[in-house]
Design a protein around this ligand. Sequence first.
Ligand code: SF4
Length: 318
Amino acid sequence: MVTLIDTISNPLRPRHPEKVNRPDALSPPKPDWIRVRAPNTRGYADTRNIVRENGLVTVCEEAGCPNIGECWDKKHATFMIMGDTCTRACAFCNVKTGMPGSLDAHEPDDVADATFKLGLSHVVVTSVDRDDLADGGAEHFAQTISTIRARCPATTIEILTPDFLRKDGALEVVVAARPDVFNHNLETVPSRYLSVRPGARYFHSIRLLQRVKEIDPTIFTKSGIMVGLGEERHEVLQVMDDLRSADVDFLTIGQYLQPTRKHHAVMRYIPPDEFEGLEKVAYTKGFLMVSASPLTRSSHHAGEDFAKLKAARAAAAR
Ligand code: SF4
């Protein structure tokens, strides 16, 4: 994995100004079960062209996702709206930090257009944190959802939102736009928040997910954590219980990978059989769907998983 701080695109403005002076954090070498497909196929190139032509940002690229070769080959990209610059500086995240620019009013059309051109039956839209905006970007999310609906009525829509911390009324605006899946990631266990996700509040995130279900029980809710950040097993099990208390339907658990030496170190690579064990426990706790594996990411196989999620809800209702 690349372990450089990007100062090339703009040497005066490093990608992670808040991390650049941190001491290097060394992770253990990657085990052989972390294997990814090289991004060099025709499908990958086609997806990249459509993303570029529409001037879009993807979390696949910005986060340095290890699944990009596989996903883009199948024309699955996760769009990241509201710019490429985030107002938070989470220790695990490779997205650029700083003061973002103003919103692009054409972006909802561009996302809908790319969804159409890629022929997506299920689209995932995420965003950077926009603490600088009065509504945290809620209205822009809602517009993006309604514009995709109008252009691609058969496409189901999954959103992966920030926490809208201290943005009263923002969540309600997004829920009213009726995404099919509302995802908000907890990212880690509560004891690791201060060092991994310092700008967020664990119980606020749990409550956000719970509120989505209270407002509209038809929307599927989803959340995820990374493991390998120093958490204990009993803490992961507690997170499962907290999410079930909030009536969350779908849990994802994946291995944390360090984007650069200035990011949080990988404390441990969890072997595949341990992921399988966590998946089994999570199902016993009542989730409709669980995906737990080293390369599980929130949006990985999101379309196939949405079909399974619907089937699981229908089976549970019988
Ligand atoms: S897993 Fe998600 S973020 Fe990663 S490449 Fe696939 S769609 Fe993009």
